[in-house]
Design a protein around this ligand. Structure first.
Ligand code: BEZ
Length: 239
């Protein structure tokens, strides 16, 4: 439970919960979340404030990867507690003026939610008073095609996110779903996967009956090969 400044107590969404519903105004028009996104993965993420440097570097990076996420059936939705006209002015400045690490003329095409009442930010536990009462922390919610929250990451105000990791996590979760496997530390497509997922019922029986070639480090830790091509063919729209 998160306690906010006026002592109101809000339950923070957790992994496995349905994503809390809300209607919002965005830079791309009104949205109803998560209903409008049924059938695709969504990354709902917050940033502390428009016209700030870390956030600018993040938006330019995310916008540059928009097509890559889209090809993995994932839509991006941003949020901060700024108003719509601030969002529009900031995104225009990014497009017209900022050149950063080889990225320029970057157009942010995904919706950016205005949340001046902090209603959505509070619902998602993005206001963390120990860090800031007036700004959202850098939260990342991965929501699956059925509207279920599958992963949550929070970063403090000063720390820019690693967008390769967000993409890696998305592909890993999609791979786990598609092939009924788990993915080990630092997994990337082409690396061995864990079978069957740790702790699942019938795991030992399945393992013994399986004709698949596996490598067992011990009775509780078995892996198998899963080619990069098989993974990407399954999870990407075009490969
Ligand atoms: C930034 O994006 O640069 C930033 C925003 C709020 C607090 C600190 C840094």
């Amino acid at each position: 439970m998160e306690s906010i400044s006026n002592q109101e107590v809000i339950a923070m969404p957790r992994i496995g919960d349905l994503a809390p519903s809300f209607n919002a105004v965005t830079t791309q028009g009104p949205i109803s979340f998560p209903e409008d996104y049924t059938g695709s993965w969504t990354i709902l993420f917050s940033h502390p404030a428009d016209f700030t440097p870390v956030c600018t570097s993040e938006f330019m990076t995310f916008a540059s990867m928009d097509e890559q996420f889209s090809n993995a059936n994932c839509k991006l939705v941003g949020l901060s507690v700024d108003g719509l006209y601030s969002h529009i002015a900031w995104l225009r400045t990014i497009k017209e003026k900022i050149e950063y690490r080889g990225m320029k003329n970057v157009e942010v095409k995904f919706p950016l939610i205005e949340d001046i009442t902090m209603e959505v930010a509070r619902k998602y536990g993005m206001i963390q008073p120990g860090e800031s009462n007036t700004k959202a922390v850098r939260a990342v919610f991965f929501v699956d095609p059925k509207g279920v929250i599958r992963a949550i990451i929070y970063y403090p105000l000063s720390l820019g996110r690693n967008f390769d990791e967000l993409y890696r996590a998305l592909i890993a979760m999609q791979t786990a779903d598609a092939f009924s496997v788990a993915t080990p530390a630092d997994w990337r497509p082409g690396d061995e996967v864990i079978v069957p997922p740790a702790g699942s019922c019938g795991a030992a029986k399945e393992r013994m009956e399986s004709k698949e070639e596996m490598h067992c480090y011990d009775w509780f830790f078995c892996t198998k090969k899963l080619s990069k091509e098989e993974v990407l063919k399954k999870v990407l729209k075009s490969f």
